[in-house]
Design a protein around this ligand. Structure first.
Ligand SMILES: C[S@@+](CC[C@H](N)C(=O)[O-])C[C@H]1O[C@@H](n2cnc3c(N)ncnc32)[C@H](O)[C@@H]1O
Length: 314
């Protein structure tokens, strides 16, 4: 593919970038090399494929080499580009926030299911640990009548969340607030009045963080990952707060680690939630918990509140 004058083509760059990334142990090397080349050249996928046998402009080639060097040092591609997509919506990212993951979209799917199947009226939603704001923004897009309270303990994450909320055009309905879990909602008189609480809380066992892929352990904020010694420190407090802030009949939907289902179903049972289930994520792993607060007049079944609890894939 090298041209007669010795000039490198886009295809040469793509192949070289791919082999550098493969040598650095990056399994998704071909995909990332293509993505970084596209962005370095300011082209979409079709535009790049149509030009593979041509030489790139010098500045695009230089930028691509810089991107590849950063990616080879295990900086995530989304961090290098400063953006990703969640639920089809562009989201800006930086080292202050977790990069939104496709599997977290399962939370939006569950919210849509609750609204369609159970007729859950979604007027007031809380997104606890909003990070980039991805869940709050996707929910605002799906539920145009809802107001959403997006809370996080990290001021830097909230700055980015505000930018994303504004860029998505939903700032009139998404309120970004700082504080520890539900604490900022107390002063807004939301106790007992929230229809749906969603969260992707930190749930990694502290001792396991350093053994995660370098893209995660070195580049993503500890506060987004660290679930304490057993991974459940934040989840226990999330369940406790959701019990107080949800209205009767309201739902809690949150992401967990694939091996945490049974312990979390037990916590929900002891906290008075009913019909708790752990739904599979895109990879079929049990990662999305859905649980309900009983209605005021709802009596626990004879086998107790645990009836109906199941982990379909645990
Ligand atoms: C796993 S990240 C999830 C970010 C985003 N919701 C997503 O799904 O991509 C967890 C977030 O929870 C926030 N967080 C951690 N502890 C918190 C606490 N006690 N109160 C509020 N937010 C907290 C972190 O700052 C981080 O932004």
């Amino acid at each position: 593919m090298r041209r007669s004058g010795g000039e490198l083509t886009f295809q040469d760059l793509r192949e070289r970038g791919t082999s550098v990334l493969l040598e650095s142990g990056i399994p998704e090397a071909p995909r990332d090399a293509l993505l970084l080349l596209q962005n370095a050249a300011g082209l979409d996928a079709a535009g790049l494929l149509a030009r593979l046998d041509r030489p790139p402009p010098d500045d695009a080639a230089a930028l691509f080499r810089e991107f590849v060097a950063r990616r080879a040092a295990r900086e995530p591609a989304a961090m290098i580009l400063g953006r990703t997509e969640f639920w089809g919506i562009p989201i800006r990212v930086a080292p202050d926030v977790l990069i939104p993951r496709p599997e977290t979209e399962g939370i939006i799917e569950e919210a849509l299911r609750l609204s369609a199947r159970d007729g859950l009226g979604l007027r007031t939603i809380a997104d606890i640990g909003t990070g980039s704001g991805c869940l709050a923004i996707a929910l605002a897009a799906e539920f145009p009548d809802a107001r959403i309270f997006a809370a996080d303990i990290s001021p830097a994450a909230l700055d980015l969340a505000r930018t994303n909320v504004e860029a998505a055009g939903v700032s009139a309905r998404v309120r970004v607030i700082e504080g520890d879990l539900f604490e900022p909602m107390g002063s807004l008189s939301l106790e007992g009045g929230i229809d749906l609480v969603v969260a992707n809380p930190p749930y990694v066992r502290r001792g396991e963080i350093d053994s995660l892929a370098p893209e995660v352990s070195r580049w993503e904020p500890r506060a987004a990952l660290d679930g304490g010694p057993d991974g459940l420190s934040v989840i226990r407090r999330l369940i406790d707060g959701a019990r107080r802030f949800l209205r009767p009949g309201g739902f809690l939907v949150f992401e967990i680690g694939h091996d945490q289902g049974p312990g979390i179903l037990d916590l929900l049972d002891r906290s008075g939630f009913v019909e708790a289930v752990v739904a599979p994520d895109l990879a079929g792993l049990p990662r999305v918990v859905v649980a309900r607060i009983p209605e005021r007049d709802e009596r626990p079944s004879s086998s107790g509140a645990r009836k109906g609890q199941e982990c379909s894939v645990c």
